[in-house]
Design a protein. Structure first.
Length: 278
């Protein structure tokens, strides 16, 4: 397939329209901008997850997603009073694990309602974790570095995605996870990590001059790996319900959930890094 396919054109065109809006929102409103973007993605992601589960025969109630929404507000607070992770990570892990067990065990014991509600809770918690962590990055002390932290996260994820796309199409031969996401290749993933390292280096030299360049590059690569894992998790979920994309909100990219899947694990990881070094 040519790199200049209609799908590539749609991806680029969408990015040209959406990316400036995102950058402007964050630059003009350093605290409220990230919060509003995260809140919008959280709501849209939960809505798409609910629809996808129904398509897969898992008719979860809207109530099952409430823990995820609550988690978002617990992590991100409100635009005027950010919470910035006041709680231990242990309850989050316990809640996600409980939802996962409910999903994995429900069919075995013939309890379809438990499977549906567990799947809804699990999806909601993961979406809330990713979106809430994204918003919390802007409110972590020192506040004036909030925009820089968001810039690092976006630069790493976007660069990883772009480098992986073109590297995979150019030289991709070995499938990364053929049963989960047939289009992803090992070569593409490696290219994505190279892109993440380069993006981290550029951001570090411009915005984090007091941090070790090597350290920022390492965390950038780790964030990119977390992004790949989050992407594969979302792909596994979509494959389970028989869908290629979560929606059609972003032409060439899919839905909101398709755009935020990389942040589900990447944003909490980057937050943990800055929380540790601050």
């Amino acid at each position: 397939m040519s790199l200049f396919s209609s799908n590539l054109f749609r991806r680029v065109a969408t990015a040209v329209v959406v990316l400036p809006v995102v950058v402007a929102a964050i630059a003009l409103f350093p605290q409220r901008g990230p919060w509003m973007l995260a809140a919008i993605l959280c709501v849209l992601g939960v809505s798409e997850a609910h629809t996808l589960l129904a398509r897969g025969g898992l008719h979860a109630s809207h109530i099952s997603f409430l823990p995820g929404i609550a988690l978002f507000f617990e992590l991100a607070g409100t635009p005027d009073a950010a919470r910035a992770f006041p709680i231990s990570g242990l309850p989050i892990v316990a809640a996600v694990a409980a939802a996962f067990v409910a999903v994995s065990r429900a069919d075995r014991f013939g309890i379809p309602v438990l499977a549906a509600e567990g799947a809804g809770a699990l999806a909601g918690l993961l979406i809330g974790l990713g979106a809430g962590s994204f918003a919390a990055l802007s409110s972590l002390a020192p506040i004036e570095e909030g925009t820089s932290r968001i810039a690092l996260l976006l630069a790493v994820i976007i660069s990883s995605d772009v480098f992986a796309y073109f590297t995979g199409h150019a030289i991709g031969r070995h499938k990364l996870a053929p049963q989960v996401s047939p289009g992803k290749t090992v070569e593409g993933a490696i290219g994505g990590l190279v892109g993440a390292a380069l993006a981290s280096a550029v951001i570090a030299t411009q915005l984090f001059k007091d941090q070790s360049l090597v350290l920022v590059m390492v965390i950038g690569v780790l964030v990119a790996i977390a992004g790949i894992v989050g992407d594969l998790m979302a792909s596994l979920f979509k494959r389970y319900v028989g869908a290629k994309d979560s929606g059609t909100l972003f032409p060439g990219h899919g839905g909101a959930l398709d755009r935020m899947d990389a942040f589900i694990l990447a944003a909490p990881l980057l937050y943990a890094f800055f929380k540790t070094v601050s």
